[in-house]
Design a protein around this ligand. Sequence first.
Ligand code: GLU
Length: 482
Amino acid sequence: MGKRVRVRYAPSPTGFLHIGGARTALFNYLFAKHYNGDFVVRIEDTDTKRNIKEGIGSQLDNLRWLGVIPDETIDTKNQDFAPYQQTQRLSIYHDYCNKLVEGGKAYKCYCTVEELNEERIIQKAKGVVAPRYNRKCLNNPSRNRKEFTVRLKIPQKQKYSWIDMVRGFVEVDTNDVDDFVIMKNNSIPTYNFAVVVDDYLMEITHVLRGEEHITNTVKQLILFDYFGYTPPKFAHLTLIVDESKKKLSKRNNGELLQYVKEYKDMGYLPNALFNYLSLLGWSPGNEEELFSVSKLIEVFDENKWSKSSSTYDVKKVNWFNKIYMNKLTDDEYISFTKPFYNSKYKEKNKNNDWIEKMLLVFKPQLEYGFQIIELADLFFIEDIKLSLEEKTFLQSQKSDVTIKSFLGFLPNYKEKWEDTKIKNLITDVKNTTKNKGKDLFWPIRLIASGQASGPELSKTLELIGYKNVLKRFGDYEKCSKK
Ligand code: GLU
């Protein structure tokens, strides 16, 4: 690549950082870093009515948490192309807009909203599927009112095309394009206009964005053409869909975690999410899936961007996260998961040793930090509830033998209630009853923990505690006699 690669992620702060936006940002980041280029984050806040207060903060904080670090944005050291927030660049857009008006490429439109609506209704009544502006103000330039918008004069019967880095050759007829508004009547530019001025002034070489923007590209190409600038290269990344093939959006999938902050709050690791998102629309061309950020930067290849949509699979995110959690040292893992435990069980006043042991017991299976709350519940639950199938199992002859034998040996271990010794207790039961497998372990596990499966039995029993195990067996005996 000749010129220094410069890409941008350009969020509108109308919402929080969504998985889709994060994927776009991450692809831009990897592409830039792969070519030793610059990754710019530009805040596109011209839709002032829809902006939300926490929008900018949510975008930047969560990107940084994820590890998608901007080289240039509103608060970075490098400010060579500042300002990076569109509402602070209004005078720039006005100058560029004036140039177009003076050159006859754009014109003022004095039509009121009512006039425009009326015209739309008339066209619809005539059977026009996509009503267009009727160019009233282009044809009658004498009209004059205080309030006006500026519209771009779209060339007639021309074709604009580009080679999209994802979908190849794309061509659009200008007859399908309306004289769209570039400057609103409040003197704020529209997205399609501001984006071109900024991509040009910020020397953006590649525009990687979601495919929902593909219909905007022709409008932007016309503007580049009018200004006499070479447009950047475009890549329209394919959709992310859920398992039922619906586009990932709040409306379609209310239940699904879709905002980066939700993943952070639930105890996902940024590198795990980074790794997973990198595979939504890119593949290394082999079966490999686990990549460090530096490896991704090295192998990321625009020729391997996917041409079809990618399915977002939370189970797979959990799988990645579990693997990344397991890569943590025990100390790192403990400091990561302890706050989640404390958020629910702090007042249980367990000592630190117990808490750390308990957290580590779940290390091989924990999918995300918050899950510890659900898993640790077995240690505190007052009333063990068993299913009918489990109760029936416990009433079998073999279970009965295991339970009696376990209760018989239990007092011998009162003073040495720790994992390795509890293993001996289980061996005692095994040797005397000759029970093994399910007949040996299940009765003990079910009665002591209320669960059919879980971490290693001896460790689980140690954490439940001698007294509590005794109590739970007592409760069971009472119940089963009723
Ligand atoms: N502000 C636009 C958005 O949030 C950016 C589109 C683009 O990358 O050009 O969708």
